[in-house]
Each structure stands twice: as C-alpha cells, then as structure tokens.
Write a protein that binds this ligand. Structure first.
Ligand SMILES: [Mg+2]
Length: 274
C-alpha cells in the first residue's frame, strides 16, 4: 500500500517525523533549539504519539536522542523501514507484529540464506552488526563499484528467486559504497504506512514532516505533509504537484522556517499544537 484516501475531518493527533535536516536542530540555529523544547513540552503534556521515521539504524537513533536532547518517541521506524521499535517503559522493543509481517511477505527466509546467495560476489563486504537487522542485510563496497554491484546483487537475487531487492548509495562522508538488501518494496514510507494502520492511531491522524528525497513517498502517501524550508531543491514542488493532482492539496504545508522550527510551524498550521 502506498496511498490511502484521507478523511479530512479527523483532527491530527500524531507527529511522524524524519530526523536529520528535519526534527534535529541545525547547527548554530538557536530558534531550532527553542522550538524543539516547545515540541517536547507539547508531547510530554498531551501524551500524543510521536513517531521517528529515519534511515538511521536503531543505535544511531538512540545516540541522536541523547546528543540533541530530542523528546522520546513512542515509535521508531528505522533502518530504512526494515524495523519498527515501540517504547516500552523506559526502553524500546522490536515491534514483533511488523517482524512477523515482513517474515510473511518475504517467504520466511532467514538472512543467512541471502548472505549465502551473495557470498560469491567480489567486492561486497558486510557492514558492522549495528547496521544489520533481521530484514536488512547491509554491505559496503568501493564507491566506484556500487552501481555495478547493485545490478549484480539484484540479478543474483532474481536468479535465486528470492523476494528481496538491493538499493545502493554512496556515503558522502566516507566516500564508501553502501548497499542494503531488503524484502522487495520495503521502505521508510512502507513501514510508516503499515504502522499507521496497526498502531493505536489511524493514518488520518498523522502529520509527516521531512526534508529530502527519501521522505517523498511518505509525504505524498496521504498524511498531512510538512516540508521544512531547508528541504532539498524541488522537493516541495514535487510533493505539492502530486497532492494537487489527487485533489488533496490542503494536506500540504511548506514551512517558512527550517528544520525543527518548520516542524513546529507545520504542527501549528494543521492544529496539532496551538
Ligand atoms: Mg532528512
């Protein structure tokens, strides 16, 4: 499921947000830090669900919460949508319903089966355990080989008839190739939409905020959508055009302010925060 048909009369109750470039304050931006406190106060007082949806791996989300003093979310969608964690007491637990869902949709394969199938490919190296999930097998490579390796991995998966697919990118900081192998169709948006139909809230109650291309699918899925002012070039226009074409442009808000301040501004626009 990539889209749903929103029910506009339902008041928003949930903020689902990307972290980097969105909820996390930008460096040397004092207003972002003040506005983060305002958001934190709202979620502490109202007990409204807060959801983090990020490509970061789980440990890295915990680091970000501590480093930037972020409010503690009820839910964390992480590892590019391959895992969902639920807050339980003062900690988090893997949301097993989602694990079972992915196990079912991917034919109950163990990750060792994928690793074995790909073990003959030259130039692929497994990333450290912190970057691995039951449903995300992450490799690294030389940055020059990523494109070739993604093709080879996908070819190998097709030949072995495994319902998984590979996506690749280059880490701009380390200039290292990153390859994620996950059940076909799984993404951050996929996990978030699934969660919004299996948690104690509905998709119509969700506001989603983001800043870059990997937020696009979630921004146009039908949630109320905030693009922060520092959003990547062309993103806001693309999201707006898509929502206009479906007759739900009232679900879109382009913030005047960047990052955290844009999120707060959008939450006020949609009436989540007064
Ligand atoms: Mg981002």
């Amino acid at each position: 499921m990539n889209h749903f048909n929103p029910e506009c009369s339902i008041a928003p109750r949930v903020l689902a947000t990307d972290l980097d470039g969105t909820l996390i304050p930008l460096p040397e931006t004092e207003a972002n830090r003040t506005d983060l406190q305002c958001l934190a106060d709202h979620f502490a007082e109202s007990q409204a669900p807060l959801v983090f949806a990020t490509g970061r791996h789980f440990e890295s989300v915990l680091d970000a919460i501590e480093q930037y003093n972020l409010p503690t979310p009820e839910w964390v969608v992480c590892d590019v949508g391959s895992a969902i964690y639920q807050r339980v007491g003062s900690g988090f637990q893997v949301f097993e319903k989602y694990e079972s869902h992915l196990a079912e949709t991917s034919g109950g394969l163990e990750r060792t089966r994928i690793e074995k199938t790909l073990s003959t490919l030259d130039g692929l190296e497994l990333q450290s355990p912190a970057h691995q999930q039951r449903f995300k097998i992450s490799y690294q490579s030389n940055s020059d080989s990523v494109v070739r390796l993604v093709d080879q991995v996908n070819e190998q998966l097709r030949t072995a008839r495994l319902p998984y697919e590979c996506m690749g990118s280059v880490d701009p900081f380390s200039n290292c190739g990153l390859l994620d192998v996950m059940p076909a169709g799984v993404s951050k948006a996929y996990a978030l939409i699934w969660l919004s139909t299996h948690a104690d809230f509905s998709p119509d109650e969700v506001i989603y905020s983001g800043d870059s291309g990997n937020d696009y699918a979630a921004l146009v899925s039908g949630f109320r959508a905030i693009v922060v002012a520092n959003g990547s070039e062309g993103l806001a226009e693309k999201v707006r055009a898509q929502l206009v074409s479906r007759g739900i442009s009232d679900r879109f808000y382009l913030a005047v302010n960047p990052a955290t301040s844009g999120v707060l501004e959008g939450c006020r626009h949609f009436g989540l925060i007064s």
